[in-house]
Design a protein around this ligand. Structure first.
Ligand code: SAH
Length: 510
């Protein structure tokens, strides 16, 4: 009888969980929680899925997943580390690879470390926390070598050791939080009865637009980030402010952006979804008086279906409408919509490497392609004759020009446009042929037309900064007849993640 009651209770809990979180969410949660060894479930929608037994994890691969090899098939597995021996449940079968989740650990790798963060496993950030930092660096270096050798057939014997980040945690200068009335409820909360308060302030669960993890503590951004986020949540709860409902599109509080700078300045942007003037003022005044370290307090009302505030008016409540970043005495104004590299300290090291690779003498015309807000452009301007920055986002180009002005830099010029179209013979003849090109494209790499134009312009050196060694290797391979790859320097901008930045020097062949 007791057993039956228990089964009944379990069943009810499962139904509640199902209703709240939906079946696909559950699958995802299980996937994220494999390190806690949740037993496998038989999906009601699919055929039973194969279990691979006692598989050794042998490598840490791309996209933050580790890798095993079973019968010559590559298997990608999240939240495990090389050296773990696990049973795997296959979640996806493709022609060339499987995706799987660990459902039982037979042996924990000696290299494994305890994750620092209580949200590990559920949160999509910091997936490599279970690996010591030294190992993270080793696998990032390997990622560059593997991609360069496999995709570009490039010689990597001269690669420099990856430059570690001085801060393994608290290195980000920007975090964007979501405020929602649908926080992720744990199975325990469900079992303990339906919680009254399902509001939360934190990050989206990976792949789920309508669920957020209520973050208690995040190791990515230094104080006052955690205190301000907690204070917003507490104040909202005390005052019965409504949290945004992504489905019904109602609720007052929608997003919170915290930006910090090397100078110690702090910008807060609170995004509301309703015009409740009195409540908006109450919260902003609370932040202003409780956190005197906020130098820029801003707010916006966003009633659109998506979260981006790029097309919304952002208002100033107190302080300045920007914060100031600083590098070698240069000042950069960062507004609520401006891009700035998210690890300020390491961005400085990255730029120093790019400048050193360029070997500037002072007489050069340099192109800075994909220049964003012109940080590299302005950073090297004092060392050359002139720099031409090109970028697709017009607002970023406005910031770039503004930052030249702010620093009294007169030898830069900036152009907004798609490089694939803008960079042509006419552009090159009107701006002067480049002696050196610095290029820092997005993950997709350079458009073939941009590569063609570089091969026409034939600068003496190309410094290629990339956040994706695969596309970087592809692009360098396309230039190999005319350029020799002489230096490779990986840089770690994002500890606890699989992301790696890489700087290469290409020198024109004689
Ligand atoms: N060098 C910059 C960051 C560059 S990030 C810095 O250090 O701050 C890559 C940039 O490429 C982004 O700003 C993006 O807007 C821009 N971009 C993407 N596609 C582009 C294109 N087709 N033409 C020009 N710029 C592009």
């Amino acid at each position: 009888m007791v057993l039956l009651n228990l089964m009944y209770l379990n069943c009810l809990t499962a139904i509640f969980t199902f209703i709240h979180n939906s079946l696909s969410d559950l699958e995802s949660l299980r996937e994220s929680f494999t390190h806690l060894i949740i037993p496998p479930t038989m999906s009601r929608r699919r055929k039973p899925i194969p279990i691979l037994e006692k598989v050794e994890i042998i490598d840490a691969g791309s996209e933050g997943k580790a890798l095993a090899r079973v019968d010559n098939m590559v298997v990608f597995v999240p939240f495990v580390v090389p050296g773990d021996i696990v049973d795997l449940q296959v979640t996806r079968r493709k022609k060339n690879f499987y995706e799987a989740k660990a459902i039982k650990f037979h042996h924990y790798s000696d290299k494994r470390v305890e994750p620092k963060c209580e949200h590990f496993g559920l949160c999509g950030g910091c997936k490599w926390q279970i690996m010591p930092y030294g190992d993270q660096l080793k696998y990032k270096q390997k990622q560059v070598v593997d991609n360069f050798e496999r995709i570009g057939k490039l010689d990597t014997s001269g690669i420099d050791p990856i430059l570690p980040s001085a801060n393994e945690y608290f290195y980000r200068n920007k975090l964007e939080f979501t405020i929602s009335n649908r926080r992720w409820l744990t199975e325990k909360e469900m079992a303990d009865g339906w919680p009254e308060d399902t509001n939360g302030l934190g990050f989206h669960l990976p792949g789920m637009f309508d669920k957020i993890i209520d973050i208690n503590n995040c190791y990515l951004q230094a104080e006052p980030s955690n205190s301000i986020r907690s204070s917003v949540r507490e104040f909202a709860r005390e005052n019965n402010f409504t949290f945004y409902d992504t489905k019904a599109h109602v609720g007052l509080l929608r997003n919170l952006v915290v930006r910090t700078a090397i100078t110690g300045e702090v910008m807060i942007i609170v995004v509301f979804a309703e015009d409740q003037d009195d409540n908006i003022r109450l919260l902003l005044e609370h932040l202003k008086t409780s956190f005197p370290e906020i130098t820029s307090l801003m707010w916006a009302v966003n009633k659109k279906l998506n979260d981006t505030i790029f097309d919304q008016a952002v208002h100033l409540y107190s302080g300045n409408p920007f914060i100031i970043e600083e590098m070698e005495g240069l000042k950069f104004k960062v507004g609520p919509k401006s891009f700035y590299q998210t690890n300020s300290e390491q961005a400085y090291n990255l730029y120093k490497i790019a400048r050193e690779f360029a070997g500037l003498k002072g007489h050069e015309t340099v192109y800075d392609l994909y220049c964003g807000t012109g940080t590299i452009t302005n950073f090297i301007a004092r060392s050359v004759k002139k720099v031409v920055g090109v970028e697709i986002v017009p607002e970023a180009i406005d910031d770039a020009k503004h930052n030249s002005e702010l620093n009294g830099i007169k030898n830069t010029s900036f152009f907004a446009g798609d490089l694939a179209k803008l960079l042509n013979e006419e552009f090159i003849s009107s701006n002067g042929a480049p002696d050196i090109v610095i290029t820092d494209p997005p993950r997709a790499g350079m458009h073939p037309k941009v590569i063609d134009q570089l091969l026409n312009a034939l600068p003496e050196k190309i410094v290629y900064v990339s956040c994706n060694p695969a596309t970087q290797a592809r692009d360098i391979d396309m230039m190999r007849e005319k350029y020799e790859l002489t230096k490779i320097q990986p840089v770690d901008m994002f500890p606890q993640t699989h992301h790696v930045e890489n700087v290469c020097l290409l020198v024109k062949r004689p």
